[in-house]
Design a protein around this ligand. Structure first.
Ligand code: TYC
Length: 103
């Protein structure tokens, strides 16, 4: 017998296509009562922003009425928005954040 019966196996790689997780925006809203400095404190503490980034986001909300703070997964967006609202509430400020799906 000739020894040429080399096995030729075809390996099929299974690569399941997972749906990309939908992304959500966290939106900051302006109000007439929360001090500017405190808005920056919240943005730095909850969203790990630098002073400069926090200032820019705060001023954008202040001038235009709202500003997107971050885009992330639904879970993280909802958790961060709640943390930020709670921190402001503790200090007696009506600072508001909401989440909404990105188009
Ligand atoms: N408008 C507030 C003030 O003049 C400051 C402020 C800025 C509040 C941005 C909320 O999202 C905000 N004290």
């Amino acid at each position: 017998m000739v020894d040429n019966d080399v096995a030729t196996k075809t390996k099929t790689k299974v690569k399941p296509k997972l749906d990309k997780p939908k992304l959500y925006k966290v939106i900051l809203f302006n109000d007439d009562y929360t001090p500017r400095e405190f808005v920056i404190v919240v943005l730095k503490a909850v969203f790990r922003m630098s002073e400069e980034a926090g200032y820019r986001v705060m001023m954008t909300a202040h001038k235009l009425g709202s500003c997107v703070v971050v885009v992330c997964t639904k879970d993280i967006a909802e958790t961060k928005a709640k943390e930020a609202i709670d921190l402001a509430k503790e200090m007696g400020f009506p600072l508001m954040f909401t989440t909404e799906p990105e188009e």
